[in-house]
Design a protein around this ligand. Structure first.
Ligand code: IPE
Ligand code: IPE
Ligand code: MG
Length: 255
């Protein structure tokens, strides 16, 4: 009698992998191309992208991810046509207005990383209020990188260190870490970029030193729960050595 083994490979991808990253960061890219491919305005891609974000946040909570950092607007995105810039600002405002209560009820703590001073005062206020309102939530930390640039973050950290009068010989990696916008949080374990671009576009330059990268051609509005699960499986198969050799590693290292 021939016994046919069940197809465990496809089944197992629908289950959670054994190692879940604590901190996942996402470069949510490809909204414009998603829209263009459908003969729609770029605006529609951004709108669809925010819809998608909801399910990804929900999936992160479900999968037990502790921190999700999303790249929503870079310091370079100001160079886009003024109308698109305005739209991206409006989108954040709309998301905060519409989603704040649900995010709060789901235990999401919102944090902002980046520079707020170039952002319109009423939006700055909304962002600050959302962070304050959700401050005590513990299920998922959602870092929103908005007007964020990795180089800007490093410059800002150095300025703050100099301003506080810390002597040069007391400056080390741990101190710089504290002065980053993500100060106090662990580095990202996994950085996902959608849309097929193979670059980091000024995202988390300092924190990404030992992150695992996952690049997918899927445009952000199509990157769903299953896609995230695939990325987690890929992450789980990687060996993180942190400069060591395989023989030195235990299961605990880096987790
Ligand atoms: C990502 O999608 C959203 C932001 C950068 C704000 P894009 O708008 O970059 O979409 P593409 O890359 O042009 O397709
Ligand atoms: C990176 O995407 C920034 C965000 C996703 C917010 P971009 O579309 O701006 O990056 P480049 O210009 O292709 O590098
Ligand atoms: Mg892009």
């Amino acid at each position: 009698m021939v016994v046919v083994a069940p197809d465990v490979s496809s089944q197992s991808e629908t289950l959670l992998p054994p190692r879940i990253p604590r901190h996942v960061a996402i470069i949510m890219d490809g909204n414009g191309r998603w829209a263009k491919a459908r003969g729609l305005p770029r605006t529609e891609g951004h709108r669809q992208g925010t819809e998608n974000l909801r399910q990804i946040i929900r999936a992160c909570v479900e999968f037990g991810i502790e921190i999700l950092t999303i790249y929503a607007f870079s310091t370079e995105n100001w160079q886009r046509p003024p109308l698109e810039v305005r739209l991206l600002m409006n989108i954040l405002e709309m998301v905060l207005d519409r989603e704040l209560r649900e995010l709060h009820d789901n235990g999401v703590q919102i944090r902002h990383i980046g520079k707020l001073d170039q952002v319109a005062p009423h939006l700055q206020r909304k962002i600050r209020e959302a962070c304050a309102y959700t401050r005590d939530n513990r299920r998922l930390i959602l870092n929103v990188a908005f007007n964020y640039g990795g180089r800007d973050e490093i410059v800002h950290a150095v300025q703050e260190i100099v301003r506080s009068g810390i002597p040069a010989d007391q400056i080390d990696e741990a101190l710089l870490n504290q002065y980053m916008y993500t100060g106090g949080l662990p580095d990202p374990d996994l950085i996902i970029r959608t849309s097929g671009e193979l670059r980091i576009s000024n995202f988390l330059l300092w924190q990404a030193a030992y992150a695992e990268y996952y690049f997918t051609p899927v445009y952000w509005p199509d990157f769903d729960r299953e896609q995230l699960l695939q990325a987690l499986h890929e992450y789980s198969r990687r060996t993180r050595r942190f400069g060591q050799i395989d023989e030195q590693l235990t299961d605990e290292i880096g987790e």
